[in-house]
Design a protein. Structure first.
Length: 81
C-alpha cells in the first residue's frame, strides 16, 4: 500500500464533482488513481468520500503496524542469543 490519499474537486461544465484519489503501485511504479464519487452538493457523495478516506487510512495504519512488527522480529533474530 502506498501512502497518500485525499479528496479533490473537478469542475466540469461549471459543475463541481468530488473524486477520491490514492496512490497504488503497479508494475513497479507509483500511480495516482482517481475514483469519481458524484456531485459535491450531494450529502451522500461527501459522506462516501469521508468513509473512503477513513477506510484507506485504516488499512495503511494496519500495514504500517505489520511492517514495524516484522522489522522488530528481524532485529531480534539479527541480535542473536
Amino acid at each position: 500500500m502506498e501512502p497518500g490519499c485525499g479528496l479533490g474537486v473537478k469542475i466540469v461544465r461549471g459543475r463541481r464533482y468530488l473524486y477520491f484519489w490514492r496512490y497504488e503501485r503497479r508494475e513497479g511504479r507509483s500511480r495516482k488513481v482517481e475514483t469519481y464519487l458524484g456531485p459535491v452538493t450531494a450529502a451522500k457523495t461527501r459522506e462516501r468520500g469521508v468513509r473512503m478516506l477513513l477506510e484507506h487510512e485504516s488499512r495503511a495504519a494496519a500495514e504500517l503496524s505489520r511492517r514495524i512488527d516484522r522489522y522488530r522480529h528481524a532485529m531480534v533474530r539479527w541480535a542473536g542469543p
